[in-house]
Design a protein around this ligand. Structure first.
Ligand code: GCU
Length: 339
């Protein structure tokens, strides 16, 4: 995989050296659109992005060719965001944790137990009018979110079982490279170890960390189930991934073309959401039967109690998240009792 990564990075560097970078044209005269993401080809996001490619090429195929680079081939999320920022590539799929350093409103998604249910989470994310102003918050950094993808519910998993919050004490748990994620895991009483997604497998295997936190697909698609056999449903976060586009590129499109890209992004989300629901059941089954992972149901309230004070702390430290927090609380309240 490392070799492939170097190869892909080399190809990209060569293309850029030949002057193809931000405004890359292939020999066919088509403008190449490069999209980077961190997942395997079987992941719902890859399938969503394939739908994006197909949608764009069916309508604007004489002018654009979409190339997809999965598996962190062009580098980890942080690196790929930088490439999107400079226009070396055009789009990247990144978790909100990776966007925090560019616009701190995204810290809100690291807040544990923010959404009361998956229903509320989806309805907030699908409220495209409301989300537009959040999406524009990275404009100054040179990129903009164009749509969201479901990345499920994040839970702890480790080499030894986590049944109560006390079991987290003294455990070293990998988190994404974001200050808010570090604070989140530390407030559970564990020791947060920030690192890139691609380094987690080896870190667990070698005992550098005791475990991590993620959705079920990390067990199968990223094979973490081979090295961590206990997955606990404490449900601390529902965190979206974002499809992010280089702003100069988006602004260079004619209104008609822009509409096609916008519709393609929307369509890719529909595909991803449908694939997501299927993929979780499959991943659980595979992790259980093929990998011997034990899924543990825990008392979620006990975990929640431990970290709820973090809400007030985050709100007082970061005024930028207050509006969205209130908006989500309103949605939580509307849905109370209804389920
Ligand atoms: C998930 C998520 C990614 C994120 C990764 C991680 O796979 O979809 O956006 O980067 O977890 O924990 O790093």
């Amino acid at each position: 995989k490392k070799f492939l990564k170097r190869l892909a990075a080399g190809i990209l560097a060569a293309a850029m050296a030949a002057g193809l970078g931000g405004c890359g044209t292939a020999t066919s005269g088509k403008r190449i659109i490069r999209i980077s993401h961190a997942q395997a080809e079987t992941h719902p996001e890859h399938l969503g992005i394939l739908a994006f490619k197909q949608y764009v090429e069916e309508r604007l195929g004489d002018k654009y060719e979409v190339q997809i680079f999965p598996n962190e081939l062009l580098g980890s999320a942080q690196k790929a965001i930088e490439l999107t920022q400079t226009g070396a590539i055009d789009f990247v799929v990144a978790g909100t944790a990776n966007l925090e350093t560019f616009a701190d409103v995204y810290e809100i998604f690291s807040m544990p137990y923010l959404f009361d249910s998956e229903k509320v989470y989806r309805s907030v994310m699908e409220d495209t009018d409301y989300m537009q102003k959040i999406y524009a918050s990275t404009d100054e950094a040179g990129f903009r979110v164009v749509t969201w993808y479901n990345a499920g519910t994040r839970n702890f998993y480790a080499k030894t079982p986590i049944r109560t919050p006390d079991d987290l004490k003294g455990k070293k748990i990998r988190v994404q490279q974001s200050p808010a994620s570090v604070a989140m895991v530390n407030s559970f009483g564990a020791a947060a170890a920030p690192m890139g997604f691609g380094d987690v497998y080896t870190a667990i295997q070698q005992g550098v960390i005791d475990g991590a936190e993620n959705n079920e697909l990390a067990l199968t698609n990223n094979k973490h189930g081979e090295v961590a056999k206990y997955y606990s449903y404490n449900k601390h976060q529902m965190v979206p991934d974002m499809l992010v586009g280089n702003l100069k590129f988006l602004n260079s499109l004619s209104p008609e073309e822009y509409q096609v890209f916008e519709d393609a992004a929307r369509y890719s989300t529909e595909v991803e959401l449908a694939e997501w629901d299927k993929s979780i059941d499959e991943a659980r089954e595979k992790a259980k039967t093929d990998m011997g992972v034990e899924f543990i149901d825990v008392d979620v309230e006990a975990f929640k109690e431990k970290v709820l004070p973090l809400h007030e702390k985050m709100l007082s430290e970061n005024p930028k998240i207050r509006d969205l927090y209130q908006h989500i609380q309103d949605e939580n309240n509307k849905n109370k009792g209804g389920q």
